[in-house]
Design a protein around this ligand. Structure first.
Ligand code: F0G
Length: 359
């Protein structure tokens, strides 16, 4: 019988830190596709590359896996409002789950630096939105301060309930493949998701489902790459606004994950990110927001620098949907606007413009 996916809490109840009887606030998150990216495997000389397409979540990003846990537990504790700092996706997710729960949401976003699609989601779900005169790191300090001193419950990934929910991404990869990949590659901002996947894989190993842990490879944008430079960055900058973060909240967890998995951190330029963003759309059929292409761009960079990926099975989490930050698809490689041609209703003329000759 066909199985209707019930969201990560119901699907993985026994493996999550949540009590029986806790309310479950869900929008049906998780159960996302693992897409065979042959074109990318060919490009980097790997045996298999799969994309874990997290844009297929209810609000279009991986945040929903953690938000169902964070908001459910907040409601279980009697919270009437949640708060988060966000580069966009967390705010969209928090606002949607708060709406479903019937509680209020407050989101703090860096002024002028979030994609329009994400802002419209937060507005649509009736969040109270504050554009803060500062960057994401400033917003997070402010959110923590407010949550500590006022009756608003923090749902950023410094809240362990978020990481707990997001670890289910690794469970799904293992279930679908039947083994752990050699490498798991992700874009990194606060490094919450990087740490969450590692937690998931570790639990799979402890349960005896997999034998080895994948190496965790995390990539940041060059202008916003504290893990590569080895210390927080004061003025992070990149077109990949989702990961425009200079002081990652999960610094220590991420370092442990890197070391224990034999993984690495790296950085790629905005140009490399946009190139991969286009490649994934054009050659794999998966439309992601630019930030989400950062992991794949990092893998290609490693290959170009001489990394031998022959025989490797690789999973890359692509974190958010392309429709959230769609303006980048409407520009060519040189930054020129792409506009569809205008044609008459005459079939012969349209065929000629398309370069088609009659059958
Ligand atoms: N990709 C996307 C699309 C994101 O929105 C984020 C983070 C990341 C990757 C990085 O994940 O922080 O767990 O390392 N977005 C947060 C937000 C910061 O506010 O939406 P991370």
């Amino acid at each position: 019988m066909a199985h209707q996916w019930r969201g990560v809490i119901h699907e993985y109840f026994d493996r999550l830190d949540i009590e029986a009887g806790n309310p479950v606030i869900t929008l049906g998150e998780g159960g996302t596709p693992l897409v065979d990216a042959c074109a990318l495997a060919g490009l980097v000389g790997a045996e298999r590359v799969y994309l874990k397409v997290e844009g297929m979540n209810p609000t279009g990003s991986f945040k929903d896996r953690g938000m169902t846990m964070a908001v459910s537990k907040a409601v279980g504790r009697g919270a009437k409002a949640v708060i988060c700092a966000s580069t966009g996706n967390t705010s969209a997710s928090a606002a949607a789950y708060a709406a479903q729960a019937g509680i209020a949401s407050v989101v703090l976003i860096p002024e002028g630096k979030i994609a329009l699609g994400k802002l419209s989601q937060a507005v649509a779900h009736k969040a109270q939105i504050m554009q803060v005169q500062g960057n994401f790191d400033d917003c997070l300090v402010l959110a923590r301060d407010l949550a500590e001193n006022y009756p608003v419950h923090l749902v950023n990934s410094v809240n362990p309930d978020r990481i707990e929910g997001q670890k289910t991404g690794a469970f799904e990869v293992v279930e679908r493949l039947g083994y752990a990949p050699d490498l798991h590659v992700l874009p990194v901002g606060n490094a919450g998701n990087y740490s969450a996947y590692f937690k998931g894989y570790k639990e799979e190993r402890e349960a005896g489902v997999i034998k080895h842990l994948p190496q965790m490879w995390g990539y940041q944008a060059e202008g916003s790459a504290p893990f590569t430079v080895g210390h927080p960055v004061k003025h992070p900058d990149t077109i990949a606004t989702a990961i425009r973060i200079g002081n990652p909240a999960s610094w220590d967890l991420a370092q442990t994950a890197k070391t224990e998995s034999g993984g690495r951190f790296g950085a790629v330029s905005d140009k490399e990110i946009l190139w991969m963003h286009r490649f994934l759309s054009q050659e794999v059929g998966v439309f992601v927001e630019p930030s989400s292409a950062t992991g794949a761009a990092g893998l290609l960079k490693a290959f170009k620098q001489g990394e031998n990926l022959e025989g490797k099975h690789i999973v890359i989490t692509v974190t958010g949907h392309g429709l959230k930050d769609s303006m980048w698809a409407l520009k060519d490689e040189d930054g020129n606007d792409i506009a569809p041609q205008s044609v008459s209703t005459d079939a012969a003329e349209v065929a000629e413009r398309l370069g088609l000759s009659k059958k």
